[in-house]
Design a protein around this ligand. Structure first.
Ligand code: BG6
Ligand code: MG
Length: 218
């Protein structure tokens, strides 16, 4: 049994609510293709890579396209999405996230990002949070998507930490599975109904404390 000394954070849905911008951009694309895309459908895209998201969207619309066409559409959606994230402000950081990160840093924990997003650096810079991370593993650095543990294992490796000394904060079921598959502890951010496999589930980082973190060692 390790002692937790490293915290690895997912980005979207844990530190910032980007799902609303992903939704606007995916919906615009669906509408262009002639079908609707609801907020309920959008739930299926959380934690999922850009291309997998597009495949789910096309399945909903009953549309079949070539790989080349799909690449173009994914790029188009991303350009639209980036117009929103490029306007993001630090006040969009989710409640309690920054103070929890700062508290961990002050207590000597190592902090990593473990995100599927290829836009993670842009978002962290906009939110003025980049300096709080000792390692940043994002969608540009991994080949396997969650629930594969690659993104989290790379974070541990870059920090020279053993997986059993890491705790992952995740809002997506695939992310919780990835953390567990990597031999790490996991705190689910959201509802116990979806994230029941996590060691602890809280509503948001505003509910996280050092004491709750320590209790995960037991
Ligand atoms: C994840 C989001 O963090 O990143 C997904 O939860 C998103 O919804 C994925 O599809 C990839 O993001 P991006 O920014 O590379 O398109
Ligand atoms: Mg997420």
């Amino acid at each position: 049994m390790g002692q937790i000394n490293t915290c690895i954070f997912d980005l979207d849905g844990v530190i910032v609510d980007t799902a609303k911008y992903h939704y606007i951009a995916w919906k615009a694309l669906a509408n262009e293709l002639g079908f609707d895309f609801t907020e309920h459908d959008n739930e299926r895209l959380k934690g999922v890579s850009r291309m997998t998201s597009l495949n789910i969207l096309l399945e909903i619309g009953g549309v079949t396209l070539s790989d080349e066409e799909k690449e173009k559409l994914a790029e188009k959606k991303n350009e639209n999405y980036r117009t929103y994230i490029l306007k993001m402000q630090p006040d969009e950081i989710m409640p309690g996230a920054k103070s929890f990160l700062e508290d961990l840093k002050n207590r000597g924990f190592k902090i990593a990002l473990g995100s599927a997003s290829k836009n993670a650096m842009t978002i962290l810079n906009r939110l003025e949070l980049t300096h709080l991370f000792d390692a940043i593993i994002d969608g540009t650095k991994v080949s396997e998507a969650k629930p594969d543990p690659e993104v989290f294992l790379k974070g541990a490796q870059e920090l020279g930490t053993s997986p059993s000394d890491c705790v992952v904060f995740e809002d997506a079921e695939a992310g919780v599975e990835a953390a567990l598959a990597g031999g790490m502890k996991c705190v689910g951010i959201g509802s116990p109904e979806h994230l029941g496999k996590a060691h602890l589930v809280v509503d948001g980082l505003h509910q996280m404390t050092y004491e709750k973190l320590l209790a995960l060692n037991e």
